[in-house]
Design a protein around this ligand. Structure first.
Ligand code: ADP
Ligand code: MG
Length: 482
């Protein structure tokens, strides 16, 4: 029997506001424990929340960015539960009427096609604090710095069928929120946390199976692995005739398996009711329009523009627009050297590889856009072969100056002077007379091998600086005459 995996994702996105959603305490990652929690965040009696306007604006920006319907009237609700990191005994969330309603998000897949994902809703809520288990032996600490951090919870319909689609969605979401500037989207620091709801059903069936929810997966790679592990677990149970228990599970990366955390709560358990300390959020059309006017160019539009304006492939364009910094780097380089395809190749090839290796973002690249443009210009005008280009790139990376300075300092100019090249060819031929004789007696496939040998010798003699096209031409002429 074959099975189909069905998934819906819930993403908790920390919004990059200066202060908390209901208090004036700073909203920054990494401060000393409990140094950024004021009386409101601590849930002291009598404290009243004041809504942060910037959090509302960010939520509306997100809604407009995915073409969703904006809830013109939304309300906050209390979600009641007890946990040591939640001093009030309830979380302020939006349950009955969210600020962002249904929408469709077009997710670019790696083949360049778009995959539509239905967004159910996105609502504002406050984050809880953190329990710290690894600091005091045998005890648990509570750090309330995170309490009151504004979150946008983004919920999709069960539209995903493969891990690839899920990861593509998360990457596109990450890209969108960084363009909007509403979150840093840093998964490792918990700014973007993903819950995966997953069930299986027999292929061809049109009803859904019982699902589990895998909580707080914190990297793209773990999303992929958690989906594979949970799919395998559920399939084995179903094939043994055991039914799936609806529950919350954790992905354990060390053991590459999911583990039961708790049975699933249902909405009733939380006794949701409207938050009496906060007024409804009422948005006017003028306000929504003014937010729309101020939106930056978003990834989907930029991608279309890159394809049209620079004749890039869907694939290259999708990679280049994946972050605003990457796109800005590209456009800066192209204004200095009008070779979009070559610039894209260097960026997606050598530059990305070097950045990944060192783990630095493109905004901190030691090779700046003007330097990459300078390099591509010297390859395009024939000063450098692509092989020498790689050497110059290395030197740019080491901070040895501009491409022209490096070419000068290292004497890397490609030799295209016919007289000099003819002499090189003649020298190598007279040093390798046996091979010359073999060439002249050989069939064409053997000849090809020998050409490779001669070119190798000539490049070596020229320290890699001979123009390869010219060498090929002069060499074959010399070998074929006589
Ligand atoms: P809850 O209120 O318990 O969180 P929701 O109905 O809001 O449940 O769904 C939460 C998430 O689970 C959504 O992303 C939804 O698409 C997904 N989901 C719902 N049913 C299934 C299912 N049978 N299989 C996989 N995902 C599902
Ligand atoms: Mg939920």
């Amino acid at each position: 029997m074959s099975w189909e995996t069905v998934m819906g994702l819930e993403v908790h996105l920390q919004l990059a506001t200066a202060s908390k959603i209901f208090s004036g305490a700073a909203n920054k990652f990494g401060a000393d424990p409990n140094s950024q929690a004021c009386a409101v965040d601590l849930g002291m009696p009598g404290m009243l929340p004041v809504l942060n306007e910037q959090a509302v604006r960010y939520a509306v920006m997100f809604g407009l960015g995915i073409d969703a319907r904006i809830g013109k009237r939304s309300i906050f609700d209390r979600k009641n539960y007890f946990y040591p990191d939640l001093p009030k005994g309830y979380q302020v969330s939006q349950f009955f009427e969210p600020i962002v309603c249904e929408g469709v998000f077009q997710v670019p897949l790696s083949d360049g096609s778009l995959f539509p994902i239905r967004i159910t809703r996105a609502h504002l809520e406050e984050d809880a604090g953190k329990s710290v288990h690894d600091r005091f032996p045998g005890q648990t600490g509570v750090d309330l710095n995170r309490a009151g951090t504004p979150l946008l919870e983004i919920v999709t319909e069960p539209d995903f069928r493969t891990a690839e689609q899920a990861v593509a969605y998360l990457k596109a979401l990450h890209s969108l929120v960084t363009y909007l500037g509403i979150s840093d989207g840093n998964m490792a620091e918990g700014s973007m946390r993903c819950d995966i709801n997953l069930s299986l059903r027999p292929t061809g069936s049109d009803s859904y199976g019982t699902r589990t929810e895998i909580k707080n997966v914190n990297s793209f790679r773990f999303v992929e692995k958690a989906i594979a592990a949970e799919t395998a677990r559920q399939q084995e149970l179903l094939e043994d005739g055991v039914s799936i228990v609806q529950e919350t599970r954790l992905y354990d990366a060390d053991r590459d398996e999911t583990r039961s955390m708790r049975s699933k709560e249902v909405a009733n358990d939380y006794r949701y009711f409207p938050e009496p300390d906060l007024l409804p959020i009422v948005l006017t059309d003028d306000y929504i329009d003014s937010v729309r006017q101020a939106l930056p160019e978003l990834p989907a539009a930029k991608r279309e523009r890159f394809i049209a304006q620079y004749q890039l492939s869907d694939y290259d364009a999708a990679l280049l627009v994946s972050s605003p910094d990457m796109a800005a780097y590209f456009e800066k380089a192209v204004t200095l050297c009008d070779e979009p395809k070559a610039i894209a190749n260097w960026m997606l090839g050598d530059l990305s590889a070097a950045l990944n290796k060192e783990g630095i973002p493109v905004s901190q690249s030691p090779v700046e856009p003007q330097n990459l443009a300078g390099l591509v210009a010297r390859i395009t005008d024939g000063t450098l072969s692509s092989k020498l280009g790689k050497q110059v790139f290395e030197a740019l990376w080491q901070g040895e100056g501009s491409a022209d300075q490096i070419i000068e300092a290292r004497g890397l100019r490609q030799v295209s002077d016919t007289g000099a090249l003819e002499k090189l060819v003649a020298d190598v031929m007279s040093e390798n007379q046996d091979q010359v004789a073999q060439y002249r007696a050989a069939d064409s496939s053997k000849q090809k091998q020998l050409i490779g040998f001669f070119v190798g010798q000539i490049m070596k003699a020229s320290k890699g600086q001979a123009n390869p096209q010219l060498i090929n031409k002069i060499l074959t002429e010399a070998l074929d005459s006589d």
